[in-house]
Design a protein around this ligand. Sequence first.
Ligand code: THU
Length: 160
Amino acid sequence: MKELKIESTLYVYDNLNELDKDVISLMHKASEARDNAYAPYSKFNVGAALLLDNGEVITGSNQENASYPSGLCAERTAIYYSGAKYPKAKILKMAIIAGSTKSQTTEPIPPCGACRQSIAEYEVKQDLPIEIFFMGEVGKVVKSNSLANLLPLVFDKSAL
Ligand code: THU
């Protein structure tokens, strides 16, 4: 038996203003996208914004459905749209902002497991780390230098 220890490094900022201007602006775009969330069932609104290497910003919000599993998270709405519209562009950064309309969300909200798997596909495909920033409606922001930090032992094309 051999013990396998897995470590991830994340950076926690006290508030958004501690980050670079381009990240602040990307988070604001994610916040605007969040206004278009369609979440009548969970009342949990999420916005995501991607900065591409061609300068474009792609945004998405969660879109729910009366048939619950048919809905889609903000991160996947954005990343699939990015892949569909700019298949050759590389994704440099992703900003995510999330919170319930029932009470203010002050803690950073990381992307769900399914979104991590979907983001991993693009990070592997483009062979360039995607910087990920996530926050609640206010307060701390977490930065990950790569999706790999959020999803160790990723399942990817190397297994197929
Ligand atoms: N949601 C996202 O948009 N992204 C995540 O990473 C976590 C969850 C959405 C899905 C659903 O519409 C609502 O938040 C509650 O789960």
